[in-house]
Design a protein around this ligand. Structure first.
Ligand code: NI
Length: 154
């Protein structure tokens, strides 16, 4: 995948770090901004412990989400947030790895397409394995608490 600065990255670039990972897209009208705001609030709640955590948005709309578009977008939520995009195949492989569903939706009354997508926040451990899965509308405090629990054990 390519990050929001245009750099090619793999899972190895995140080795040893905890991730708060979300799959979404910058054109999303409501759900994605809400969940990314939740991740940012959880990071703030973690205080100095947030230094061990990277918030990550993987775009499931690579057609529109260029690195430049992601750069503008992620910086609105949190200074540490990383945006990732790639070819449709690369994004599909990443989504498959986390069992993320997404699909393009185009209705006659819409000038632009939108994306349907599942909306879970993943807490990924330093070993790359998923440690926890948070449903939509989980409170930031609950996420921060779960991260603290994992950090204690790490
Ligand atoms: Ni969304």
């Amino acid at each position: 995948l390519t990050d929001h600065t245009g750099r090619a990255v793999t899972q190895a670039d995140f080795a040893g770090r905890f991730l708060l990972l979300y799959f979404g897209f910058t054109y999303c009208p409501d759900v994605c901004p809400t969940e990314l705001g939740t991740i940012a609030a959880a990071m703030d709640d973690l205080g100095t412990q947030a230094a061990r955590v990277t918030p990550v948005l993987i775009s499931i709309d690579p057609e529109r989400d260029t690195p430049a578009a992601l750069s503008d977008y992620v910086s609105r939520f949190h200074p540490a947030m990383v945006g990732l995009t790639g070819s449709p195949e690369q994004v599909a492989a990443a989504a498959r790895a986390y069992r993320v569903f997404y699909a393009k939706v185009q209705r006659p009354d819409m000038t632009e397409y939108t994306m349907d997508h599942s909306s879970f926040i993943y807490l990924v451990g330093p070993d790359g394995r998923v440690r926890a899965l948070f449903r939509p509308q989980t409170a930031p405090e609950a996420i921060a608490e779960a991260v603290r629990g994992q950090l204690r054990g790490a």
